[in-house]
Design a protein around this ligand. Structure first.
Ligand SMILES: *Cc1c(COP(=O)(O)O)cnc(C)c1O
Length: 375
């Protein structure tokens, strides 16, 4: 099966899964409402790229639509194609990565709104409008200092000329993206805001779309008319090193597939990278790096049972890893028991920190072998 389709496949609730990924859609809705209240009267869009950060774009977008969200951002055109039939016609779907020559016509016919990141894309979109004999909507993105996507300062002057000449593109708003919004102390925020304000003054006829999750908490100056939070919706911390104001929406529990007791001096896992120092009770659990638990968790980090920390011993395998359960009562964990990987004892941020990565990567890599349960 094509992987984009696989992403959207909901595992049926047959039980016996290797792990259970529980997604609390009501907490998702509360997070959306919290962000919307934070930025009102500006509106909150939802960034649902990468299958809503791995949590299921269909379920997430449908829930947020019910709670008033009408603007949905994906990264790739194929994601917009999957989402378009799911959402009512008054919902707008935006493609952050913009147009590709091969999807210009489909983008127009499907009513998907591209982010125009270059003059080349502007001309392609204008050409499509001309060919269709009708106006087409678009968002203009400007690079304000991230050097990733968006029109360059040099392209801005030419664009102003094109806009003055009229044409068949309806600009819904102008946007840019913050590179360091999760770091309130970063000078890059102010620099990018000044640049965005300068651009907004050059194009006073258009509204501004600027803040991601971090930007929502940088203050009103960053809000524009529409914010684009992603990670905060899903319970990730919008600002690094600060108390997370968002509610967790994800719990991950993984099944035990074997337990054993080994004496001191026993190697555990590939390469014998861990050797026990005393008699040790072990549990092997049914998730590994193919399920999105990074190999960087080898011999570091832990899972939990009854609030008790169970350290990961040895290397993380593709489909399993081994944890130390010596501190648990004997027989507490047996074949089929579940241990907590993400939940009340270990947040998304905690496990990301242990793995040397960010919450975004943990979420978007969560495996397809877990049974997804929506609450
Ligand atoms: C991913 C993305 C967002 C959402 O960012 P979060 O940090 O998850 O809130 C917003 N805007 C753009 C352009 C993005 O690429």
């Amino acid at each position: 099966m094509d992987s984009a389709i696989q992403d959207y496949k909901q595992t049926s609730g047959m039980g016996g899964a290797s792990g259970y990924l529980t997604i609390d859609l009501r907490a998702l809705a509360r997070n959306y409402e919290k962000l919307a209240a934070e930025i009102a009267p500006a509106r909150a869009a939802a960034v649902v790229k990468a299958n809503a950060y791995g949590l299921g774009a269909h379920r997430v977008a449908t829930k947020l639509y019910e709670h008033g969200c009408r603007d949905f951002f994906v990264a790739q055109f194929v994601e917009a194609l999957h989402l378009r039939p799911i959402l009512a016609a008054d919902a707008t779907i935006f493609v952050l990565n913009g147009l590709q020559p091969s999807n210009v016509d489909a983008c127009a016919s499907e009513g998907i709104v591209p982010i125009i990141n270059s003059l080349e894309q502007w001309h392609q979109w204008a050409g499509a409008a001309l060919a269709l004999g009708r106006r087409l909507p678009a968002v203009l993105q400007f690079d304000t200092g991230m050097s990733r996507l968006g029109l360059s300062p040099e392209e801005r002057a030419a664009l102003a000329g094109l806009l003055k000449a009229g044409g068949a593109i309806d600009v819904l708003f102008i946007m840019s993206h913050l590179a360091s919004a999760d770091d309130t102390a970063s000078q890059q925020n102010g620099t990018q805001l000044n640049e965005m304000n300068r651009i907004a003054a050059e194009f006073p006829e258009f509204d501004v779309c600027f803040a991601n999750s971090g930007g929502v908490f940088l203050g009103e100056a960053y809000h524009g008319v529409l914010a684009r939070p992603g990670i905060a919706l899903y319970g990730g911390a919008p600002t690094a090193g600060m108390q997370n104001p968002m509610e967790p929406i994800v719990q991950l529990d993984v099944a035990v597939v074997q337990t054993r007791t080994v004496p001191a001096g026993t190697p555990v896992g590939y390469g014998g990278a861990h050797v026990t120092t005393g008699e040790t009770r072990l549990a092997t659990i049914a998730a590994g790096y193919a399920d999105g638990l990074p190999r960087s968790l080898s011999d570091r980090g832990a899972v939990y049972c009854d609030g008790i920390r169970l350290p990961i011993l040895g290397r993380v395998s593709m489909d399993s890893m081994t944890v130390n359960i010596s501190t648990l009562p004997e027989d507490r964990l047996r074949l089929g028991s579940l241990v907590e990987v993400i939940g009340p004892n270990q947040t998304l941020e905690d496990i990301a920190r242990e793995a040397g990565t960010i919450s975004y990567e943990i979420l978007t890599c969560l495996g397809h072998r877990y049974e997804r349960r929506y609450r």
